[in-house]
Design a protein around this ligand. Structure first.
Ligand code: OGA
Ligand code: ZN
Length: 408
């Protein structure tokens, strides 16, 4: 948002927040009090927040560059005895703090302050909030229309939220041109390049560099599990598909992991803690990585799945775990191949499937290469891009809602 625009808005929305968003005032500040190390704020919804002095000083909304809104205050320079000389609830509804010994005043927007309150809550994972599925709870990906996505930001947001929650979505009506998959990807963010190119073709090749360029079945897998950082979102756009066979399969890898945790706890324990070796070698490249097939984040939440039966390297596990590792691997594969966990659909010309490659396993049934043409174009976009785009669209939506209330 431009600083000039803020000035036109009534209080408290004309106050700088130190970032690019508008914040709804869900509760107003009733009282603010200085304690030994914190400022305690009482809200009109009867909740109480406690903010540490250094946290408040560090997040002073005016100590940012006026255009980039990146911080300019160096917390390392904060005086050891920094504390508020005075706090008050201003007539705008803001929390105003006079600092000492620094001669500085900070004004905090109440909506911003409430949104960033960290009292009474455990730190949460930055992971996307997902709802896992299997073929009993989902029969196909949520479907969207490309024309509607590009015309209406609300539809675009729904599409991307579907991708975050279920890990996949299908778009119809994408023009059957070579660059189109890149245009869908660029709607979200920048394309993640790989040795297969920024946009790649999936079609039968007479000198294939990968099984994907044959008519072979591709069992459920993630792409490039051989990289330290697996690509996030994968897009596959169908330009032609009139062969016999060649249907698409998706499996929610998080659901498979949950099944293992429930029914095969030892396999789950091994697959979340012992690394499997992956490799993708060719005459001109040699990619390798080792990591657990089921990745958990620092909060113990499911974070990523790595699977690619034909992209494995000779396993280097402790000898006393080798048999159990193979058993765990077979349990994972048997589960992800089980129809109970797979949804199947056919990509028709003009369809584009997008899925979280670090969560959703994808595959296809075999097809008869001589029976017609099958041509998909694909690319990757990292999870960061998706999260960023969703934040922007959510910010715009919230801004529209706040402005419409102000205008009424
Ligand atoms: C791939 C792949 C899916 C398909 O190329 O890695 O999964 O439907 N392709 O051909
Ligand atoms: Zn693939």
């Amino acid at each position: 948002m431009e600083p000039e625009e803020r000035k036109e808005l009534p209080a408290p929305h004309n106050l700088p927040t130190g970032d690019f968003y508008l914040y709804p005032v869900v509760a107003s500040i009733v009282k603010a009090e200085i304690r030994e190390r914190t400022v305690v704020v009482e809200w009109s919804d009867s909740t109480v927040s406690e903010f540490h002095f250094l946290w408040l000083r560090d997040n002073c909304p005016c100590c940012v560059h006026p255009y980039t809104l990146e911080q300019t205050y160096e917390v390392v320079n904060a005086p050891k005895n920094l504390k508020p000389a005075e706090v008050e609830v201003a007539s705008s509804g803001a929390l105003a703090i006079e600092w000492e010994p620094e001669d500085h005043k900070s004004i905090f927007h109440p909506g911003w302050l409430k949104k960033h309150c960290y009292s009474n809550q455990a730190p949460t994972s930055p992971n996307m909030k997902s709802v896992s599925w299997d073929s009993l709870t989902r029969t196909k990906p949520d479907e969207y229309d490309w024309e509607k996505i590009i015309r209406d930001e609300e539809v675009e947001l729904q599409w991307l939220q579907s991708v975050q929650i279920s890990g996949c979505a299908l778009i119809h009506g994408v023009p059957q041109t070579d660059p189109a998959v890149g245009e869908v990807a660029n709607r979200i963010g920048v394309v993640r390049h790989s040795n297969f190119g920024d946009l790649f073709d999936v079609r039968v090749d007479f000198d294939p560099v990968s099984n994907s360029n044959t008519g072979l079945e591709l069992p459920p897998h993630t792409d490039l599990p051989t990289r330290e950082y697996q690509p996030g979102m994968q897009l596959l756009h169908c330009i032609t598909n009139n062969v016999k066979g060649g249907n698409s399969t998706l499996v929610d890898g998080f659901r498979v992991a949950e099944e293992l945790q429930d029914r095969h706890p030892r396999a789950y324990e091994l697959l979340t803690t012992v690394s499997w070796d992956f490799a993708n070698r060719s005459r001109t490249s040699d990619y390798r990585w080792k990591a657990p097939m089921i990745g958990l984040d620092n909060f113990g939440e499911l974070f990523e799945i790595r699977a690619g039966s034909w992209l494995r390297y000779p396993l280097q596990a402790p000898p006393d775990l080798m048999d159990e590792m193979y058993e765990a691997y077979q349990i994972f594969e048997t589960t992800s191949h089980n129809k109970k966990f797979q949804i199947k659909f056919r990509l028709e010309a003009g369809d584009c499937i997008i899925f979280d490659n670090r969560r959703i396993l994808h595959g296809r049934t075999a097809f008869e290469a001589q029976s017609g043409n099958r041509h998909l174009r694909g690319c990757y976009v990292d999870r960061d891009e998706l999260r960023s785009r969703v934040r922007l669209l959510e910010g715009n939506k919230s801004r529209r809602s706040i402005l419409s209330k102000i205008e009424r």
